[in-house]
Write a new protein. Structure first.
Ligand SMILES: NC(=O)C1=CN([C@@H]2O[C@H](COP(=O)(O)OP(=O)(O)OC[C@H]3O[C@@H](n4cnc5c(N)ncnc54)[C@H](O)[C@@H]3O)[C@@H](O)[C@H]2O)[C@@H](O)CC1
Ligand SMILES: [K+]
Length: 566
């Protein structure tokens, strides 16, 4: 799995590389600029066949420095290049200043002015205004230029290339830093974060055509609005991977930055991307844990676990049947549906391999669970909130690996004992609404306008939630975040080339709950089960494609497994 960095972690890696004396900041900047130019020609090979025109927008920091390198390299290829600077050239940091001066030997620099920039025709616009250093909302010409690029005046720019990120995007949270609400700002052109999302498919091209980042992808490229604004993401190597390994554990803590004290060194578990896309090469290692699922010829069905999925009342049994089918397809040896008496005929008429046992009361559940072979439990899909409230304490007291989904989450949010009954072998799978019911303060914090960077992120919220609940939390979305109480965190992003819009279909969450339960029954630890299930869920949707309904997801799994070589 690929490691995702925060902006502070990236700065720490760069600092470690420079401090080692093996490479200078200037060299890193040159490599970054070269990487962006190479990525442009890789993306649009036709641009390498002739000379075109680029506008490069440079900001007041090192992101702007990269811009000056890009301008020089394109000019060397015979391109016409116009450079605009937002800020005072005298105040540029040293490496950016050096590249400003090198550019000035061959070209002009105009102060950034939206009107001027608007009238300069160009084939490529390079956004090098702000990168990892953005700490507050854009204002003035920087804001109006970004709004202009976003189409505020009706103009369209086909090839916007962002250096590190679309300027203004917080790379920790994937959120665009916003102005505090101020009536004086109401007349300003639209801000990036007010772009009408509906105009673009999620994960499709929103703002930029291409975003080129350095060394490692950052959390914000995959969270929230990040993918929508970045367009396509490329990661270029700038030769600092050894320092990433070395400084992995010695990273800057956000709290140190906030208080202005000397940065505190902490051992924070990194965030991983559950991903197998070619944009993140090293993630191939994710295939390794999957290989463990191959069934050994010596095994028998009980070796692969036996989950119990609790069904709703008649007319509501479909959700649990979907979960059960998913648990079976993901390799659980046997699967039993715990069904209320009045729904037995309905359920029995629609299952074959899946077994059925009558469970009418919480006491019967406890009795059924004296069979220790039932090693995982799923409660929630179609279950009914009131029933879930009655069954939940008994289900949790059985101390099985347990998935709490849908109605069980609502019941949990209403329960008097709160999270006290949860244990480390539980997995909560809230969508945004359920998350809000369970963790109202965290949801409120996440909904507040992100005024300062690094902004509070879905990673932060899910980590806090997991700690509070004392178990693994999988917070659903196109940017599904999975966190565990020890701080471990993964993002399963159904964006970029893994976009799976067909997953937004009734019953898809029930299938996910079943996949997690099946994997728990097969002996995977909660965090691993949740991330593997989330990955397979998206993969099955992508494999099936348009027209997908939830029933298709479990049935597509054999194809996904074959493609993985299992
Ligand atoms: N440090 C290095 O060695 C390397 C850095 N690289 C580039 O450097 C970038 C980071 O550079 P910086 O740390 O200088 O940061 P930026 O260039 O992103 O930001 C510059 C400065 O702008 C100020 N600022 C923040 N928000 C603002 C706002 N809304 N309005 C006005 N000013 C604002 C801050 O004081 C910040 O230091 C990366 O994104 C990457 O593009 C690359 O060249 C690779 C090597
Ligand atoms: K940028």
């Amino acid at each position: 799995m690929a490691e995702l960095l925060t902006s502070a972690q990236m700065r720490a890696v760069e600092r470690a590389a420079i401090d080692s004396g093996e490479v200078s900041g200037l060299e890193l900047m040159e490599r970054a600029g070269q990487g962006v130019v190479a990525a442009i020609f890789e993306e649009w090979p036709e641009l390498a066949l002739s000379s075109y025109k680029a506008v490069v927008l440079c900001g007041p920091g090192n992101n702007g420095g990269d811009g000056f390198v890009i301008a020089r390299l394109l000019k060397q290829r015979g391109w016409e290049v116009e450079v605009f600077l937002y800020g005072d050239p005298e105040k540029l940091p040293p490496d950016a200043k050096a590249n400003y001066e090198r550019w000035r030997e061959v070209g002009e620099v105009a102060p950034l002015n939206t009107r001027e920039f608007r009238h300069s025709d160009c084939d490529v616009v390079v956004d090098a205004l702000f990168g990892t250093g953005v700490s507050r909302a854009l204002s003035g010409e920087a804001l109006s230029t970004m709004s202009q690029l976003a189409g505020a005046n009706g103009d369209r720019y086909d090839k916007i290339v962002c250096v590190d990120c679309p300027s203004g995007l917080c790379l920790d949270s994937g959120r665009v830093l916003a102005q505090p609400s101020n009536p004086a700002l109401a007349d300003l052109p639209i801000q990036l974060n007010q772009l009408p999302r509906s105009r673009y498919p999620y994960g499709g091209i929103g703002f930029a055509a291409l975003t080129v980042t350095f060394d490692s992808p950052k959390c914000g490229h995959f969270l929230d609005d990040g993918p929508f604004l970045c367009g396509k993401l490329r990661v270029v190597d700038i030769g600092v991977q050894d320092f990433r390994e070395n400084s992995r554990r010695d990273i800057l803590d956000k709290s140190g930055q906030k208080t202005g004290r000397a940065a505190k060194l902490v051992r924070r578990p990194e965030v991983c991307l559950v991903h197998m896309s070619p944009i993140v090469k090293e993630n191939r290692s994710f295939a390794q844990p999957l290989m463990l699922w191959g069934k050994d010829p010596q095994d028998h069905k009980y070796t692969h676990g036996h989950p119990l999925i609790l069904s709703g009342l008649s007319g509501k049994t479909g959700a649990a049947r979907l979960s059960a089918r998913a648990a079976l397809r993901v390799g659980a040896g046997l699967v039993t549906l715990g069904t209320p008496h009045e729904a037995v005929t309905e359920v029995a008429a629609q299952i074959t391999t899946i077994m059925l046992t009558e469970i009418d009361t919480p006491e019967i559940l406890t009795r059924v669970l004296t069979d220790k072979r039932l090693n995982a439990l799923c409660i929630g899909p179609g279950f009914g909130v009131e029933r879930a409230g009655e069954f939940l304490p008994y289900a949790l007291a059985a101390k099985r690996a347990t998935v709490l989904d849908a109605d069980a989450l609502t019941a949990l949010s209403e329960s008097e004992t709160g999270f006290a009954d949860l244990h480390a072998n539980c997995v909560l799978t809230p969508h945004a609404g359920e998350f809000k019911r369970l963790f109202p303060d965290l949801a409120t914090k996440l909904a507040e306008p992100p005024i300062k960077g690094p902004a509070y992120s879905k990673v932060d919220a899910t980590r806090e939630a997991a700690k509070r609940a004392g178990c693994t939390v999988l917070f659903k979305g196109p940017d599904t975040v999975i966190a565990s109480p020890n701080g471990r965190c993964s993002i399963n992003a159904a964006v970029y080339d893994r976009a799976a819009p067909w997953l937004a279909t009734a019953g898809s969450g029930d299938v996910l709950a079943g996949l997690i339960t099946g994997l728990l029954a097969r002996g995977l630890a909660p965090h691993h089960a949740a991330e593997t299930a989330a990955w397979l869920h998206v993969e099955a949707a992508r494999s099936f494609g348009p027209g997908l309904i939830a029933e298709d997801l479990p049935e597509e799994l054999p194809k996904v497994f074959r493609a993985l070589g299992l």
